[in-house]
Ligand binder design. Structure first.
Ligand code: URP
Ligand code: ZN
Ligand code: ZN
Ligand code: ZN
Length: 468
């Protein structure tokens, strides 16, 4: 089985070139102009860009949260990812209180088994250092076992007290041990304790509508935690990666740390680049629950600095934090109280379309930087040396991108399992034409032709986020 992709423009983070791409089995075996088509299935990519498939490093599939479960499982979620040009996801396995990391791994591998349509890695969220009540910090020892299993990234929540949040001491212990293991610490940075006080005060004043979710979680609450996480990581000698950085105040903390040479990286997510408090959450109706996620939408003034940070390298990755809930029966849980609206939004399918349209078409990102942000940097930071590049020897995760295809986003036609889209009716220019996962065609002109269970669990390398 060999496929020759002819006459396209190969776009890698390091540059673009007109070249043919030869795939044999699961790998790319040659990238060069004028490859001999004899004996190969030929695909004409005239006018198309040939890019490494997207890597979305922040998703929540089939996740119990906010009294319900996220609406995409590993089948519908990875199918939607694929339709949008993403060929690898990293999902979060969550340790529950009283249970081990091993338990969480078993549960999450079980959720993916027979369902994942594309390759997937896992981050492990640590919530309990002593699940059996001892004093020996059993979980720290278990981190070694996780690294041996190919899980080299640990997530720590500074928000959601009594659910997922751990305190600074525990966070520091995990960071110290992560440094020894060259593991990367991923941080949800928000001051959960202060936010809880502000939320209680808002509810006491009868402020129950969805937009109060945003108004009770300030940019300072995120910036403070961003600063604290980076400071603790510096003390521990650990590499740190701030997830879903949403605003300029947090960005200032990140840039200050990077200017001092600290091992601090961050991602932002599509929604923080194109949606805003003013546009989506004016405080008019319960419909705004569709945009309740954490960190919340910010004022529009944050957009330009985030785009600049993507272009200048301060931000390394764009992910989605895909955590979908249906409006009718899930978001509705919070009709009378915004704290009961399950937090999260659907976005796994639209990341590349939106970043291309509002980034590349708008002249804010080059196509090469687009590839770096959506695929190459994620592969490097998260320890996948076989992915993120169109070159001989790499996995044949290949995206044929049509920069001229116009596409209108709508819940009626999307692959994601939600009854709404955060980008309903938006027309973007630039869309996936064909998508290959390890050499297998899985999407053909918007039609999913892959299969449940094809995706493999990816063991990642511990490389301290590429900063060791
Ligand atoms: O609202 C969100 N983002 N839900 C998912 C959990 C998280 O904090 O990433
Ligand atoms: Zn035990
Ligand atoms: Zn988070
Ligand atoms: Zn998340």
């Amino acid at each position: 089985m060999s496929v020759l992709i002819q006459h396209g423009t190969v776009v890698n983070a390091g540059g673009s070139v007109k070249a043919d791409v030869l795939i044999e089995g699961e790998r790319i075996v040659a990238v060069a102009a004028g490859l001999d088509p004899a004996g190969h299935t030929v695909v004409d990519a005239t006018g198309l860009l040939v890019m490494p498939g997207g890597i979305d490093v922040h998703t929540h599939l089939d996740m119990p949260f906010g009294g319900t479960t996220s609406a995409d499982d590993y089948f519908t979620g990875t199918r939607a990812a694929a339709v949008g040009g993403t060929t690898t996801v990293f999902d979060f396995a969550l340790q529950s209180h009283g249970h081990t990391l091993g338990d969480a791994l078993t549960v999450w591998r079980g959720k993916a088994a027979g369902k994942a349509c594309i390759d997937y890695g896992l981050h492990m969220a640590i919530t309990d250092l002593n699940p059996h009540g001892g004093s020996e910090h059993e979980t720290l020892r278990e981190m070694d076992a996780m690294v041996a299993e190919g899980i080299t990234t640990f997530k720590l929540f500074m928000a959601y007290p009594n659910v997922l949040m751990i305190d600074d001491g525990l966070m520091f212990r995990v960071m110290q041990h992560a440094a020894e293991l060259k593991a990367l610490c991923l941080i949800h940075a928000e001051n959960g304790a202060a936010i809880d006080v502000i939320v209680a005060q808002a509810l006491a004043e009868g402020k129950t509508a969805p937009h109060f979710h945003a108004l009770t979680r300030s940019t300072q609450a995120e910036a403070e935690a961003t600063h604290r996480a980076i400071a603790l990581a510096e003390m521990a000698g650990a590499s740190v990666y701030i997830v879903h950085l949403s605003n300029t105040d947090s960005l200032r903390e990140l840039k200050a740390a990077q200017a001092r040479g600290l091992k601090a990286l961050a991602e932002t997510c599509t929604q923080y680049l194109v949606l805003s408090l003013e546009e989506q959450m004016p405080g008019k109706s319960f419909d705004e629950a569709k945009y309740v996620f954490t960190p919340p939408l910010r004022s529009k003034t944050n957009h330009a600095p985030l785009w600049e940070a993507l272009a200048d390298g301060s931000l390394s990755v764009v992910s989605t934090d895909h955590c979908p809930f249906r409006f009718e029966d899930q978001k509705a849980l919070g009709k009378d109280d915004f704290t009961k609206i399950p937090n999260g939004g659907p976005g796994i399918e639209n990341r590349l379309q939106l970043l291309w349209h509002y980034g590349v078409n708008a002249g804010l990102l080059t196509p090469e930087r687009f590839v770096e942000l959506t695929s190459s940097a994620p592969a490097k930071i998260f320890g996948l040396p076989q992915k993120g590049q169109i070159a001989a020897g790499f996995d044949a995760d290949v995206l044929l991108w049509n920069p001229n295809a116009e596409y209108t986003i709508s819940a009626a036609t999307q692959a994601m399992n939600t009854d709404y889209s955060m980008f309903e009716g938006w027309t973007v220019k630039g869309n996936a034409s064909k998508v290959y996962s390890r050499g297998k065609l899985i999407v053909d002109e918007g039609r999913f032709v892959g299969e449940a269970g094809y995706g493999r669990f990816l063991r990642t390398e511990a490389n301290a986020g590429g900063m060791a």
